[in-house]
Design a protein around this ligand. Structure first.
Ligand code: DX5
Ligand code: ZN
Length: 221
């Protein structure tokens, strides 16, 4: 099992003070910055784009930036985010007409490539592209909004994807996104996840440091 990575979703941060918020969660012990991109087309919400990613890099953020594309189409955004300093770029297979090509585009741009499974999406889309994937993101809410409740069937899917990854012998991260809290993170880890997105649980808490430490304690037991 790889190191467990905690990735606060800046969707729940105060956008008026984004640089400070990112500094604060990283100082509090976060490993990765999760960056949710929504286009009011693939999902019914609108957030931030490559300019903001670039601005965070210019501001001095050196931590990995995990770009979660909830946009359609994806290819132009892949290129723009790679230029803007993304580390990981993930997209939803149904948002690209040519999944294999989009994954290859991410790697060709020097980033780690991820595929995202919605709560209703099966594992089949992974079968022929596993060699082009560095990360599989299992959604435990329907994408579009922070602060939703964890959908329990995601646990079964995490177990299935964990088995798929282990059987393949490949070096692939298993990320979970949506409704992750101090109270359920241990169970989610037991199902096989090794990278945990948490938005509202961290940014709506009184102390980012205490919340992230509590999450890490849960991951150690
Ligand atoms: C939902 C986003 C998530 C979201 C998670 O579409 O992909 O990253 O911000 O937020 P919480 O942790 O509040 O469910
Ligand atoms: Zn996300």
């Amino acid at each position: 099992m790889k190191d467990m990575l905690i990735a606060p979703s800046i969707l729940s941060a105060d956008f008026a003070r984004l640089g400070e918020e990112v500094d604060a969660v990283l100082a509090a012990g976060a490993d990765v910055v999760h960056f949710d991109v929504m286009d009011n087309h693939y999902v019914p919400n609108l957030t931030i784009g490559p300019m903001v990613c670039k601005a965070l890099r210019n501001y001095g953020v050196t931590a990995p930036i995990d770009v979660h594309l909830m946009v359609s189409p994806v290819d132009q955004m892949i290129q723009d985010f790679a230029k803007a300093g993304a580390t990981y770029i993930s997209f939803h297979p149904e948002a690209s007409l040519h999944v294999d090509r989009s994954l290859q585009l991410i790697r060709d741009a020097g980033c780690h490539a991820g595929l995202v499974l919605n709560p209703g999406t099966s594992l089949e889309c992974l079968e022929y592209v596993l060699d082009k994937v560095d990360l599989i993101l299992v959604m435990s809410v329907n994408p579009g909004f922070g602060g939703q409740k964890f959908i329990p069937t995601a646990l079964k899917k995490l177990q299935q994807v964990r088995r798929l990854i282990d059987d393949s012998g490949r070096d692939i991260r298993l990320e979970v996104d949506g409704g992750v809290t101090v109270d359920n993170i241990a169970e989610i880890a037991a199902a096989g996840a090794d990278m945990f997105v948490a938005g509202s649980a961290i940014f709506n808490s009184d102390s980012y440091q205490q919340t992230i430490s509590k999450m890490r304690q849960q991951l150690q037991t």
